[in-house]
Write a protein that binds this ligand. Structure first.
Ligand SMILES: [Zn+2]
Length: 288
């Protein structure tokens, strides 16, 4: 969730610094974000490592409703200097699954690693995945992410992990092919006929997910995000994953490792939706 960077930095630093995870001394590293943005040192930060045996099963976490996810439309893909971002058209709304309201989608973006090393933000039992996609939604009555960030449950992000597959994922072909047109920051490309349904696992496999309260993973790290992280992964071939490394940061270096390291869970609990094989085995163990 990188949207704040440009906004806040253009105000505070006139764009003279950037916030990449790994870069020159002139930029602020994630562990120093809190010196400039106090919220980044808060008690409910994201991402986190999810310890599955400590997650709490919650039967109320039923499948979400996905309105507009099936609609194919022309979307704008851009290199925003920090990640690949897809701006989403109006009318895409999620609800249900114990979300506090209806949330409308604004954009999606991704976090990845380098040279085959993993780059997801969240980890599961210590495992980091090759890449993670965030679909960013805000409560329907808000007009912007910054407005939603004032509300502790103003933002709902759906997170999806990727796994490397032997074969290409044809549903990602047009997006991956377009990456070579947005190598430079601030460049963009129009993708015709993209729906969110094409980019995520089949709805029938989305009933298993983790839920916790956290933050944006870029400054100002507002603790305003209801996180939903799905167990079902998205397959991409090795060459599809490596296509993301050709993008460039503003100084022309390769755009890699654009993820924030995991943050302390502190007193928070991670909830798990129904249908957990992991938790069944944990419960049966606890009886002995
Ligand atoms: Zn993100």
């Amino acid at each position: 969730t990188h949207v704040f960077i440009n906004f806040i930095f253009s105000i505070l630093f006139f764009g003279s610094l950037d916030l990449r995870s790994h870069s020159k001394e002139t930029s602020i590293r994630p562990d120093a974000w809190k010196t400039v943005f106090p919220q980044c040192g808060g008690r409910s930060q994201s991402p986190v490592n999810i310890v599955t045996k400590k997650s709490v099963k919650d039967e109320r976490l039923t499948p979400l409703q996905y309105d507009g996810y099936q609609e194919a439309s022309e979307v704008l893909l851009k290199n925003n200097g920090h990640t690949v971002q897809l701006d989403l058209p109006p009318g895409i709304v999620i609800s249900g699954g114990q979300l506090a309201a209806n949330y409308k989608a604004l954009q999606l973006h991704l976090h990845w690693g380098k040279d085959g090393s993993p780059g997801s933000e969240h980890t599961i039992d210590g495992e980091q995945f090759p890449m993670e996609m965030h679909i960013v939604h805000i409560k329907e009555n808000y007009n912007s992410l910054s407005q939603a960030a004032e509300d502790p449950s103003g933002i709902a992000v759906l997170g999806f992990f990727f796994e490397e597959s032997a074969s290409e994922n044809k549903k990602y072909s047009s997006l991956v092919d377009a990456l070579k047109r947005i190598v430079r920051p601030s460049s963009n490309a129009t993708l015709p006929g993209i729906s969110l349904e094409m980019l995520i696992p089949p709805q029938s496999s989305l009933e298993k997910y983790f839920r916790y309260d956290g933050s944006l993973t870029t400054p100002g790290c507002a603790e305003a995000v209801i996180w939903t992280l799905f167990e079902s992964t998205i397959p991409l071939s090795g060459s599809q994953l490596s296509a993301f490394w050709q993008l460039q940061f503003p100084e022309g270096e390769e755009m890699v490792q654009n993820y924030r390291p995991v943050q302390p869970l502190n007193s928070r609990r991670v909830l798990y939706s129904k249908g957990s094989a992991v938790l069944v085995s944990w419960l049966s163990l606890s009886y002995f």
